[in-house]
Ligand binder design. Sequence first.
Ligand code: ME8
Length: 656
Amino acid sequence: MAQVNSATDKFYITTPIYYVNDRPHIGHSYTTIAADCLARYHRLQGQQVLFSTGTDEHGQKVARSAAQQGVAPQEFADEVVEAFKLMWKRLHIEYDRFIRTTEPDHVVAAQSVFQRLVDSGDVYLGQYQGWYCVPCETYLRESDLEAAVCPQCGRPVEQVAEPAYFFRTSKYADRLQQYIEEHPEFIMPTSRRNEVLAFIEAGMHDACVSRSRTEWDIPVPVDYSQSIYVWLDALVNYLTVAGYPDDQQTFQTWWPPRVQLIGKDILTRFHATLWPAVLMALQVPLPGTIFAHGWWITEEGDKISKSKGNVLDPYNIARQLVDISNATTAVAVDSIRYFLLREVTFGLDGSFSWAALLTRFNADLANDLGNLLNRTLPLVERYLDSKVPQPGPGAGELADQIDKARTTVQQAMAAVSFRAALEAIWQLIAAANKFIDERAPWNLYKHAKLVELEAVLYDVLDCIRVIAIMIQPFMPAIADEIWRQLGLETTGTQQTWATCQALQLPPGIYIQPGAPIFPRVDIERSLKRLQGQVEAGEETQPSAQPPPVTITMDQFGKMELKVGTVVEAHRVRGADKLLRLLVDIGEDQPRQIVAGLAEQINPRELLSQQVIVVANLEPATIHGVQSQGMILAVGDKEPIALVTIDRECPPGSTVR
Ligand code: ME8
């Protein structure tokens, strides 16, 4: 199996830079989560990491999308960039550079690359006669077209006949073919590599690398009647991030990228041919590995894309998972990261389904991992007063399993095989669960075999520590939570790959158990509920009754319920149902609250009435009036009675 070269202590990893005409969706998130996972893994190993992602902002596609919305392209791009950055933050992605092709250092790099290619004779002026697909920003020959539409996206193409600059791709075809043949790790996975070789063998044509000048592109430095082709501009981003051309020290430190992750759509024409050929012409080393992963498609087999109107927003999925499972948002996000990297072999296509997500959530996360934690920590609380014991004689029984998992994860990560890495970690989790079953600490306790009891519980806690480190690249927030529950946060102990070995857990610290991280979900009921939401949304019918959800005491405790006395009550002009109330809840000023009670209750009857107020509800503006809380009333849709109290209490009294 081809393996990423890991010879140096520097690890530069890139994602594609995404077009700003699209909002971030599950496809972009997939590549970026995968890159984040590899970046985190190499950081854990103690390597210095440069992880870059960003946005591809020039080109006709973006200019047209902006024009359609009636905004300037820069303004349009600025807004979408914020959406990408927010999504990456929400998905726990920690990049080192977010590069935008409109940034000054990139414009310098793109023009410098063009100039150098002209100077070396690799770029020449010619005449382009052919077709152009704006959605794909791709030049196409007559022979590329399928039924007069773009073979890639199936949309209409535009005819182009204009002077243009060409890059001598043909000059590098043989060298490139030889390089790919001699370096099995250069294009991964192997199936894609074979496609690339077939593409090169079919004959490489010189690539058009400029268009007639548009306002919204980088001008060709030698000819201001032309703009740099958006794909050449975009590919150069990887050089810009590494300091090209002026910051030689940075460039020497980071170049070349060790891994470049992309989707299979942009491999053959761009990353596997034009890109390395341009690097050869610039006499710059080639990247270590270009890995092209597969597509996320819908269950019906359609590619997920904006134009098909079927985009999935991973953060929305996380929020729905929070509703369904009562997990925290951070846990839901990490669960989706886990799902994306576990469900499908990296390189193959996958389809998203709620049934598959919830099954993984219950089986792998709640049962296997969650249970390991939820059964171990109470035993340590009960038998050892929450204190991590000394390993003592007999400890270290899981050492071989840990070593085996560590080696397999290392091999899998070097082969960019996230799924295999997770499978190895889950084997370790299974081994730890089996160890508890077999050694039955409850029996050891019953028979007062304390030395053995301590050794067994130490081994399991120590193994959980190793598991937390191993899952950190995949599920960083969950790893931190497990770390906290083990009490390791208090000791300042760091998660490092070097400590993925037995017997490294410091004895004497106190575990800090918390609420279960993965509350199990009722899959059947949740799927019905999700189905209900879709149908209700489609047909504006009353939505299906949501199934009862249990909340914890802790969640209930977050609700501030107070006794209030109504001091003023008025109708809201122009809104038949609404009353504007001023309610004294023991604060300096009475609260203004808008309530939908006007049809049932005469405002005068309310004066001096005592009511129950939800005091920490997010303020809202209702019919133009600020409302700072809510009054409890009986009734599903229309209020039919007020909730009051059976004797007078001071305003502001807490309701429990
Ligand atoms: O191509 N499944 O940008 P782009 C999996 N700007 N991955 C998907 C996906 C899906 N359904 N949809 C998108 C461009 N992706 C250029 C790149 S790089 C120098 C310039 C991911 O916004 C996947 O990584 O169309 C794919 O390659 C990328 O988003 C395309 O993003």
